[in-house]
Design a protein around this ligand. Structure first.
Ligand code: SAM
Length: 189
């Protein structure tokens, strides 16, 4: 299949794949069922490190199991806490942070990322991003909290100084039913 403009999560992966190298330090801000965490753990290799956050025990457990099955747990630090507290756990500069926002597929839809904590987490992520480091946000705005979250994020990133950060947005503009969108931020200096 030569299709390049695939679904949002796959486009996010293409951005990640193009940038993350062996030995990098990265953060999965919402591990969920662990698909992105496994993907990142492979990319950073033996010498790299992945920090993974989620507020749900089930998510941490599912991710831990997936990593164990693939023999990748040794390079991942799983943290059961909100990503708004990233600075309590990460004391080094990072190459990339991915936020796959919303709720756990197949889980409780009430337990979802929220505008205030997401913005705090983005702010803190910007603070520990290396030069040319990237933050990737996959935003689902088809549910009520997601719509509020999308608006807060867009307002926040639009205000970022263009000398310091480059912000882009990928949107499926001819699709119905609020398809997810991607916002990515690159730190310039
Ligand atoms: N990246 C995941 C994967 O590959 O399976 C999917 C992530 S899922 C869409 C969103 C996750 O964010 C849920 O597991 C939810 O528990 C988590 N979450 C919600 N609020 C959070 C917060 N404040 N901090 C960290 N994780 C949070």
């Amino acid at each position: 299949n030569r299709k390049y403009f695939t679904k949002a999560t796959d486009i996010a992966k293409k951005i990640i794949e193009a940038r993350v190298k062996e030995g990098n330090v990265v953060i999965d801000a919402t591990v969920g069922n662990g698909y992105d965490t496994v993907f990142l753990a492979k990319l950073v290799g033996e010498t790299g490190k992945v920090y993974g956050f989620d507020i749900q025990s089930k998510a941490i457990e599912n991710t831990k199991n997936k990593l164990t099955d693939s023999n990748l747990l040794n390079r991942v630090i799983l943290i059961k806490d909100s990503h708004e507290n990233i600075d309590n756990y990460v004391n080094e500069k990072v190459d990339l942070v991915i936020f796959n926002l919303g709720y756990l597929p197949g889980g409780n839809h009430e337990i979802t990322t929220k505008p205030d904590s997401t913005i705090k987490a983005i702010e803190k992520s910007l603070g520990i991003l290396k030069e040319n480091g990237i933050i990737v946000l996959v935003i689902y705005h088809g549910h009520e909290m997601g719509e509020l979250e999308k608006n807060s994020i867009e307002q926040f990133v639009k205000e970022l100084n263009q000398k310091q950060y480059t912000v882009i947005k990928f949107e499926f503009i001819n699709q119905i039913n609020n398809p997810p969108l991607i916002i990515a931020i690159e730190k310039n200096l």
